[in-house]
Design a protein around this ligand. Sequence first.
Ligand code: NAD
Length: 283
Amino acid sequence: AATLIDGRAVARKVRDQVAADVAAFTAETGVTPGLATLLVGDDAASAVYVANKRRACVEAGIADLHRHLPADVSQDEVVAQLQELNADPQVSGILLQLPVPKHLDSNLLIGLISPDKDVDGLTAVSAGRLVQGVPGLRPCTPSGVIELLDHHEVPLEGAEAVVVGRSELVGKPVAQLLLQRHATVTICHSRTRDLNAVARRADVLIAAVGVPRLIGADAVKPGATVIDVGINRTDAGLVGDVDFDAVREVAGLITPVPGGVGPMTIALLLRNTLTAARLQRGV
Ligand code: NAD
């Protein structure tokens, strides 16, 4: 059976390293990195996510500069808040928690975030920097996937990597990061013909689909590394996009859900906030 990738342990290691790096940065510059989480409305799940991010910041020595706006806030008011955060030197990173209420234009709002403060890596400028391979802020979950692969010293150069899913948030950026590491990258999506045949070529298989247990044992080459980004709520509890019980018999390395990629996202958000603080100092 496959070796399990312990995302909680790797995330802990990253968070401890970020905390040490933040302390060194603050000692050297006198600047405390700060993260402004912006929550609009009262969505219960979003409130939990934001609370977790804020707690993680404080633990890492990052200032918690949270703002909460009412669900019926006007678009102009959110725009004004974002502009204020862009201009505020205390604010290293800005995170607009998604989804925002329907009357707001989330693409327009994200586009206003200064690229050097874009800790979610979602602006067009950040996406462009990623594609061009120049310094910038990369999306957190894709960076977390690479971090897990590196922790287990999974060879990427020349390897066949298959990414299932082509979202702006996960699929596309993780494919770009793998390409930068010299993998041979294939991206599959809902219109891919014979997904299993393509996936079976992979030395490294990344599932970011949002369909419970889509990836079965017959989609996995024996010994492959399988990273399951999916988080799906089902009657049987949280499950990934990979049929874990079947695939673990075939794969060489595999992430569980929960406890795999999930914990990495916050760890990389903290690292991005420190990177943003450095970018603002022109480092
Ligand atoms: P999305 O819905 O934006 O994108 C899904 C992608 O999967 C699309 O590109 C689509 O083409 C593809 N797809 C859909 N059905 C398919 C099929 N049958 N075969 C092949 N491809 C198919 O989703 P997303 O935002 O990329 O998220 C994907 C999953 O990852 C979700 O379960 C989400 O909850 C999870 N997620 C986890 C984290 C984390 O671990 N922190 C972060 C983001 C997303």
